[in-house]
Design a protein around this ligand. Structure first.
Ligand code: HXC
Length: 521
C-alpha cells in the first residue's frame, strides 16, 4: 500500500478511536465521579457486570440527537443510552442502559429510537430485553420529539409483551415516561436508597397539592415494593439488583414459543417430605409457615419470591421441582388468615398471566377462608379485582396443579384454581376442607331458625356446627365427586407433585379463536 494511502487510513482509524473514546466517557469524568459518589455504577459498568465477560456488542454508539427544539450545540454522547446485546450464562439477551451522566439520562427522539430498534431486533430473534433505567424522563429541550421517542418505546413494550421477557431495573431517579415504560414490562426491580419512581416529583407535587414529601417517601424502593406494588423486587446496590436479574432469567424461556430451561435435578424428585406434617396445624385457625411448606417442596429449598413485601396474604414466586421450573401461588395463613383482598388478587393475577405467557407451570397451594369482607374492599372494587384471579387461572393453558392444604372455601376456592376453573390435577392433604364457607358461619345461616327455637340454642348451635363439619369440612366429599384427584400423605407430596408436573410438561390446550380476551382491569 502506498505510504499516503496508509497515512489516510491511520488518520481515519485515529479519528474513530478518538470518537469512540469520547462516547465511552459519556457525560465526562466529573459526572461519572458524581454517579459513583451516589453509590451507582455507570451505564457501561452496569452492562459489563450484567453480561458474560467480553460478550457485549454495542449498537449505534455514534448516535447523536437530532438538534431539534433547544438542543442545538448540546453534546449528548450515544444520545444518553448504551444499547446492544450479549449473553448471560451463555444465553442471548438485549440490553439498554441509560446514562445519567448525559443530560440526566433523559430520553430524546434518538435515544428512544435506539431503544425501539433494539426491541425490534430482540423480538425478531426471540430473546429477552433488559432495561437498565436511570433517567429523568422526557428530554425537556426536545419537546414533542422526546414524547414521540417515548411513544416508540411504549408501543413496543405493549406489542412485545408476552413475546419476549421484558425486565426493568430502576437504578436511579426515574421520572415521568421513565417509569411508564418499566411499568409495562414483566418484572420491575429497584435498588434500595438510590432509585426512585414517580410520575411527578416532590417539587411539582408541592406546587400543586402543597404536600411536602421526600424522594424516598414518594417513590423509593420500599414504597413500590410494599405499598404501590409497582416493583417486584428490591436489593441493596446496583450489583445486587443485576444479580437478581440473572437469577430471574434462569427460570424464564428466551421467548413465548420456547419452554423454560429444565435443569438436572440436584435434589431427588422422589424425596419424601414427612416434615410437612409437623409444619401444618390441623386447627384451621392456627397459622403456620407457608414459606417453609414451599421451600420443603421445592428443589434445594430455593424459592425466588416475587413481590414478597406487597399483599403478604398471598405468596407468589419461582422455584423448581425435580429440575422443572414452577410458578408457585400460595395463600399465606399468617397474614389476614390468607384471605384474598384487592391487592392479593392483583398480585396473583398478574403473576399467573406472566407464568402463562412464558410457559411456566403453575403450582397452587390453597388455604383460604374467602375474599376479605369489608366496606373498603367492596367499595374498592374487590368484585372487579377478585375476578382477575378467576379470569387469569381459567385463561392460563400451562400445566396447572393445585394442592389443597387446609381450607378452601367459597369463591376463593374457585379463585385458587379449582378443578372446574381448569386445574389439571387437584391434590389434597387429609387436613383439607372444601366447602361453601366455614362451619360456624354455615351452621348459623342454614340452621338459624332451629337454633333460635331450641331450648338450649348454644348447645344446638355447637351440635349443628359439628354436623356441618362432618358433612363438608373434609376433603372426601370433594374427592367423591372428582373435584379432588387424590387425598395424599404429607410425605408423598413432593414426589407426587413432581410426577404430575412431568406428566403434564408437554400439555397442549387449544382455545377458541378470539382477537383477545377482556380481563377485568
Ligand atoms: C433534560 C434534564 C432533565 C430532563 C434533568 N436534566 N432532567 N435534561 N431533560 N427532563 C439534566 C439536568 O439539567 C442536569 O444537567 C442533569 O440532567 C442531572 O440533573 P440534576 O437535576 O442535576 O440531577 P439530580 O439532582 O440527581 O435530580 C434528578 C431528577 C431531576 C430528580 C431526575 O433532574 C428532575 O426532577 N428532573 C426533571 C424530571 C422531569 O420532570 N422529567 C420530565 C417528566 S415528563 P447537567 O448538565 O447539570 O448535568 C415526561 C413526559 C413523558 O417524562 C410522559 C409519558 C407518559
Amino acid at each position: 500500500m502506498a505510504d499516503n494511502a496508509r497515512l489516510i487510513l491511520d488518520e481515519l482509524l485515529a479519528e474513530l478511536e478518538e470518537r469512540r473514546k469520547k462516547v465511552l466517557l459519556g457525560g465526562g469524568e466529573e459526572r461519572i465521579r458524581k454517579q459513583h459518589q451516589q453509590g451507582k455504577l455507570t451505564a457501561r459498568e452496569r452492562i459489563h457486570y450484567l453480561l458474560d465477560e467480553g460478550s457485549f456488542v454495542e449498537l449505534m454508539p455514534f448516535a447523536e440527537h437530532l438538534e431539534t427544539g433547544l438542543m442545538e450545540g448540546i453534546e449528548a454522547p450515544a444520545d444518553g443510552v448504551v444499547t446492544g446485546y450479549g449473553t448471560i450464562g451463555g444465553r442471548l439477551v438485549f440490553v439498554f442502559s441509560q446514562d445519567f451522566t448525559v443530560l440526566g439520562g433523559s430520553l430524546g427522539k434518538m435515544h428512544g429510537r435506539k431503544i425501539a430498534s433494539l426491541m425490534d431486533m430482540a423480538a425478531k430473534v426471540g430473546a429477552p430485553i433488559i432495561g437498565l433505567n436511570d433517567s429523568a424522563g422526557a428530554r425537556i429541550q426536545e419537546g414533542v420529539d422526546s414524547l414521540s421517542g417515548y411513544g416508540e418505546v411504549f408501543y413496543r413494550n405493549a406489542i412485545y409483551s408476552g413475546v419476549v421477557p421484558q425486565i426493568s431495573a430502576i437504578l436511579g431517579p426515574c421520572a415521568g415516561g421513565a417509569v411508564y415504560s418499566p411499568a409495562m414490562t414483566d418484572f420491575v426491580l429497584m435498588s434500595r436508597g438510590t432509585s426512585y419512581m414517580f410520575i411527578t416529583g416532590p417539587e411539582v407535587i408541592k406546587s400543586v397539592t402543597r404536600e411536602e414529601v421526600s424522594f424516598e417517601e414518594l417513590g423509593g424502593a420500599d414504597v413500590h415494593t410494599e405499598k404501590s406494588g409497582v416493583a417486584h423486587l428490591e436489593a441493596e446496590g446496583d450489583e445486587a439488583v443485576l444479580d437478581l436479574i440473572k437469577k430471574l432469567l434462569s427460570y424464564l424461556p428466551q421467548n413465548s414459543r420456547e419452554k423454560p430451561p429444565v435443569l438436572e435435578p440436584q435434589d431427588p424428585p422422589d424425596r419424601e417430605t414427612p416434615e410437612l406434617a409437623d409444619l401444618i396445624h390441623p386447627d384451621p385457625r392456627r397459622p403456620y409457615n407457608m414459606h417453609q411448606v414451599i421451600r420443603t417442596l421445592l428443589d434445594g429449598g430455593e424459592f425466588l419470591e416475587i413481590q414478597p413485601a406487597f399483599a403478604r396474604n398471598i405468596i407468589v414466586g419461582l422455584g423448581r421441582l425435580g429440575g422443572y421450573p414452577v410458578g408457585v401461588v400460595a395463600n399465606n395463613p399468617r397474614f389476614m388468615a390468607g384471605a384474598l383482598d384487592i391487592n392479593a388478587s392483583d398480585k396473583a393475577a398478574r403473576f399467573i398471566r406472566t407464568m402463562d405467557a412464558f410457559n411456566i407451570p403453575l403450582l397452587t397451594l390453597v388455604d383460604v377462608t374467602g375474599f376479605l369482607p369489608g366496606v373498603a374492599q367492596e367499595h374498592g372494587g374487590i368484585i372487579r379485582h377478585g375476578a382477575k384471579m378467576l379470569y387469569a387461572y381459567a385463561e392460563a393453558t400451562v400445566p396447572k396443579i393445585t394442592l389443597i392444604a387446609r381450607k378452601a372455601y367459597g369463591g376463593a376456592y374457585l379463585a385458587m384454581n379449582s378443578k372446574d376453573m381448569g386445574a389439571d390435577v387437584v391434590l389434597a392433604w387429609p387436613t383439607a376442607a372444601v366447602a361453601v364457607m366455614g362451619a360456624e358461619g354455615a351452621a348459623g345461616i342454614i340452621y338459624r331458625k332451629e337454633i333460635q327455637s331450641s331450648p338450649n340454642p348454644e348447645e344446638t348451635r355447637r351440635k349443628k356446627i359439628e354436623e356441618y363439619r362432618k358433612a363438608f369440612d373434609n376433603p372426601y366429599v370433594a374427592a367423591a365427586r372428582g373435584y379432588i384427584d387424590d387425598v395424599i400423605d404429607f410425605k408423598d407430596t413432593r414426589r407426587l407433585l413432581f410426577r404430575h408436573l412431568r406428566m403434564l410438561w408437554d400439555k397442549k390446550e387449544e382455545r377458541p379463536w378470539k382477537k383477545h380476551g377482556n380481563i377485568p382491569l
